[in-house]
Write a protein that binds this ligand. Sequence first.
Ligand SMILES: [Zn+2]
Length: 249
Amino acid sequence: MAFEIINPHGQANIVFICEHASNHIPPKYDNLGLDDDLLNLHIAWDIGISEVTKNLSLRLNAPAILASFSRLLIDANRGISQTGLIPEQSDGYKIKSNCNLSEVEREKRINQYYRPFHNKVGVIIQEKAKSEKAPLIINMHSFTPQMNGFNRPWHSGMLWNKDPRVAIVLKNKLEGRGYCVGNNKPYSGRDLFHTMNIHGDSHGFPHVMIEIRQDEINTAEGVEKWSRILTKELKDIRNLPEMSKIKHF
Ligand SMILES: [Zn+2]
């Protein structure tokens, strides 16, 4: 199965999407040639984010769709022709089985994993879009505390491309709680925003890509803390009139 759905009939007009929830690689791929312990690293998935997303889905009573495959198999937050769709290396680790991939194998991964995931996201959002209010689309990710020797100071980052509605409000709310929050950090939604471009922006629905630093959510206490904070703030954001409008920026 390419995806897992939590709370499919959740009534809130919110949809959670999590492309990097799982480090699962189907057995036939033999770990893509990697040692088991490498699959527990951030290269294979977004540590901690699956738990936070599931909590938010249940507490806000909204559906969540989580990919059931590792981004090393195929990365659902990339366009089909984008570099890194099937990564040949990640953070210095070579993914041998992904190098010199045949066109047949590439198509197989797209058709068995990538497309079913995005098609299902589309169906869930379409269902929500029948409401008079625009659905709120929330994309959940986590990021590593260091990259290329640089310590990333942000507890969380709000990524956006054209529509800043949710990103700016949520950033201000978290800063009000004393957190260091990146505006299009640790990287920019102008560069990497595939899922939100196609499922949020293209429809004019309010959306944001939330990134949480992994050392904030790699314990049960951390998961609980961020689940509680985001439940409160997203509930308030859902109620803002501005967030019910379809708007093209
Ligand atoms: Zn991610």
